[in-house]
Design a protein around this ligand. Structure first.
Ligand code: WQD
Length: 335
């Protein structure tokens, strides 16, 4: 059985990927510092799959904890999710973001090199495309022009990985550029639960639906889109998690490479599409008001996901109704 180190294993994407890994008979060694996750997620993952994660609490910036993990376990592959991911926060705290999102990956790569572990899946983001000039976005589209330190931090790490591979072709790396993951595991035990007031659309809608928040602010309705509200490529978290299983299979059959894939559905939905679908599938009304645009937002962003579909033999199984239903089921269970 392969031993997979998952950094940020208790986070939104990390926890759902751990479920998929365990269900596909990988051994999971987890690392998390709980900066944006909760310890009880570990027990929930284990409840879902009835298997244990070998867990280490710590920070990826701490070389000692990484050395301990690699000394105590034969790590075959690393999936790195550990990062701060709030666009707004990153504008206010750029140093924190570059230290946490870039320096920590350098520490990880140093330790991986020392232990001759060169299989890596890195979680990047569609924000590396900046304000796309071409839609749908393919992996060949130009990156750069990022509008916030979060996106820039992901761009920097992608550049580091490209330089690393150029220096040593035995590195075996996948860069996944996530679009907008939403929804939750069908069990309702794990899902998206950001600390404080959510920055992202779906968790905010969910808090309006449960009554924790009073009204959704729609950030602008004067974009160059079908109804004037922002269009994004929303993808079910379980479809996104499953792509990591396909990615590991790809790396198992590769003796070195650097592969980049968009993880989206190829469909763009507006804010109003999300509101209306959420209301329809959950039988409720979401109170909202249109306010001024949020700085840094772009009109539209959606993927051409055909490369991942073809190369990784991956496909998305869930539609927008599933995403809205599962997101609400989760928050209904935890409230
Ligand atoms: C989606 C749409 C908003 C909140 C960011 C990161 C991306 C990824 C997902 C990490 C936009 C509108 C939102 C609200 C609104 N994160 N909106 N009211 O900005 O596309 O992507 O989060 O990987 O990397 O960049 O996601 O959910 O914040 O916004 O009207 O309260 O919803 O304007 O059009 P975004 P989002």
């Amino acid at each position: 059985m392969m031993n997979v180190l998952v950094t940020g294993c208790c986070g939104y994407i990390g926890s759902h990927t751990c479920v998929e890994l365990l269900e596909n008979n990988y051994n999971v060694i987890g690392l998390d510092n709980f900066s944006n996750s909760k310890r009880d997620v570990l027990g929930k993952i284990e409840n879902i799959v009835n298997k244990k994660i070998k867990f280490y609490e710590g920070d990826m910036l701490d070389k000692d904890i990484l050395n301990k993990i690699f000394l105590e376990n034969k790590i075959d592959l690393v999936v790195d999710f550990a990062a701060y991911k709030s666009v707004g926060d990153s504008v206010a705290k750029p140093i924190d973001y570059y230290v946490n999102n870039v320096s920590s990956v350098l520490t990880l790569l140093q330790v991986m090199k020392e232990y001759n572990v060169k299989n890596l899946i890195f979680s990047s983001s569609a924000t590396v495309y900046g304000n796309p000039s071409v839609l749908p976005i393919t992996e060949e589209c130009e990156v750069g022009g990022t509008t916030n330190p979060y996106g820039t931090s992901k761009l920097y790490v992608e550049g580091i990985l490209k330089d690393l591979y150029a220096s040593d072709n035995s590195w075996n790396i996948i860069i996944f550029r996530y679009f907008n993951p939403i929804g939750a595991h069908k069990s309702g035990l794990i899902g998206e639960e950001p600390n404080g007031i959510p920055a992202n659309l779906m968790p905010y809608i969910c808090k309006v639906a449960t009554g924790e928040l009073e009204c959704l602010r729609v950030f602008g309705d004067d974009y160059n889109t079908k109804d004037g509200t922002g269009v994004r490529d929303y993808i079910h978290i379980m479809d996104l998690a499953r792509a990591h299983i396909n990615g590991i299979e790809k790396l198992k059959n590769s003796n070195g490479g650097l592969f980049i894939y968009n993880l989206g559905t190829g469909k763009g939905y507006s804010v109003m599409d999300i509101i209306h679908t959420f209301e329809k599938v959950n039988g409720l009304t979401i109170k909202y008001k249109v306010v001024e645009r949020r700085s840094g937002d772009i009109d539209s962003c959606y993927a051409d996901a055909s490369k991942a579909l073809k190369d990784l033999k991956w496909s998305t199984q869930y539609d927008l109704a599933d995403m809205c239903r599962d997101a609400y089921d989760y928050v209904n269970k935890i409230k």
